[in-house]
Design a protein around this ligand. Structure first.
Ligand SMILES: [Zn+2]
Ligand SMILES: [Zn+2]
Length: 340
């Protein structure tokens, strides 16, 4: 099910972006991954399907720091929610699936010629992460699904479970310490860790670092400060180190604590949020903290879809439009409690 990356189409997609919104970031000075810390070769034996696994790469692929093909991470503009596409020559992963009250994700994937996905990982079942899961599963050729262990009592969750049951896909609930090979992408699992509260949707959320060649990206979902502290103090803290960081919890001040930021030490950070959202994301403390750390900060609310690419020339960022990440407006607009 591995499809080669359509390079020509990528060029088209990037060319559609305003050139003024593109900027080179860094020049290949990415830290070498901590190969020795990765128990390579561990496969996802929790899955229930006998179909061909996207993983199972040779063990010696894990941990190699040689410059492989490009890694492209597209933080899709899905409003106040998350949906991020990770692609290499050999693998396609989707981390989170947008909002329940929008239907934008299939079109955004279609624009990028995505018809097959090796892994759809949903960090936690809130409706701004799980929102269009069922539609994605029904409309695309998905090999494998990863969920966090938490249940949720919403229609969105029920519909997701129904779609999962009806689909012919492998299923896993990754947990800390596991390493998955997905084509040429190595995914290290930091959370949920042993201390996670399975009844807390954020605390028990998936925390994943994806690596391809020398490039790495960290997804912490909506985990908050207490969880971040456990990760920083935990046995897999070395896996937090990433060049590219999706700003936790849409830029909320509950997350991206100074300790976590120091451990991640990213060059580029992207926050996924909708402009003028009811939660005022991103919060001023987080924006200031990232800027003070010298991190190049982008946001889907300010820039539309943000596409970050790593190849032989280092990192580059292309945005759908020009903009600047500013803290959320402080006047209250509407309250919408469930799907934070
Ligand atoms: Zn969220
Ligand atoms: Zn959430």
């Amino acid at each position: 099910m591995l499809r080669p990356l359509a390079a020509a189409l990528l060029v088209v997609a990037l060319a559609a972006c305003d050139p003024a919104g593109s900027a080179a970031v860094g020049s290949g000075e990415v830290p070498a991954p901590a190969a020795s810390a990765a128990p390579s070769g561990l496969t996802d034996d929790a899955q229930t399907d006998e179909g061909e696994k996207p993983g199972d790469a040779e063990a010696d692929d894990a941990g190699e720091a040689e410059p492989a093909g490009a890694l492209e991470v597209a933080f899709l503009d899905v409003g106040q929610g998350d949906a991020t596409l990770v692609r290499t020559d050999e693998a396609t992963l989707l981390v989170d699936t947008g909002r329940h009250d929008r239907s934008d994700l299939p079109g955004l994937l279609d624009e990028r010629e995505v018809t097959a996905i090796d892994v759809v990982a949903v960090t936690h079942p809130h409706a701004d992460h799980l929102g269009q899961f069922a539609t994605v599963l029904e409309g695309l050729d998905v090999d494998e699904v990863w969920f966090s262990p938490a249940d949720h009592d919403t229609l969105t969750f029920e519909r997701a479970l129904d779609a999962l049951e009806a689909a012919d896909v492998a299923y896993a609930e990754p947990s800390a310490g596991e390493v998955y090979d997905v084509g040429d992408v190595v995914v290290e699992v930091l959370g949920p860790d042993a201390g996670a509260d399975p009844g807390d949707l954020h605390d028990s959320g998936l925390v994943l670092r994806a690596r391809a060649g020398a490039a790495s990206v960290l997804f912490t979902g909506d985990v908050e400060e207490a969880t971040e502290r456990r990760l920083v103090d935990g046995p897999h803290a070395a896996w937090l180190d990433a060049d590219l960081y999706q700003v936790g919890h849409h830029g909320s001040a509950t997350s991206t604590s100074p300790e976590l930021l120091a451990a991640v030490d990213p060059e580029v950070a992207v926050a996924s949020y909708g402009l003028s959202n009811a939660y005022h994301h991103p919060h001023a403390e987080v924006v200031e903290r990232l800027e003070a750390a010298g991190v190049a900060l982008y946001g889907t609310g300010a820039h539309g879809t943000v596409t970050v690419r790593h190849d032989a020339d280092g990192w580059s960022v292309a945005t759908e439009r020009d903009g600047e990440v500013r803290p959320g407006e402080q006047e209250d607009e509407q309250e919408d409690g469930d799907d934070a």
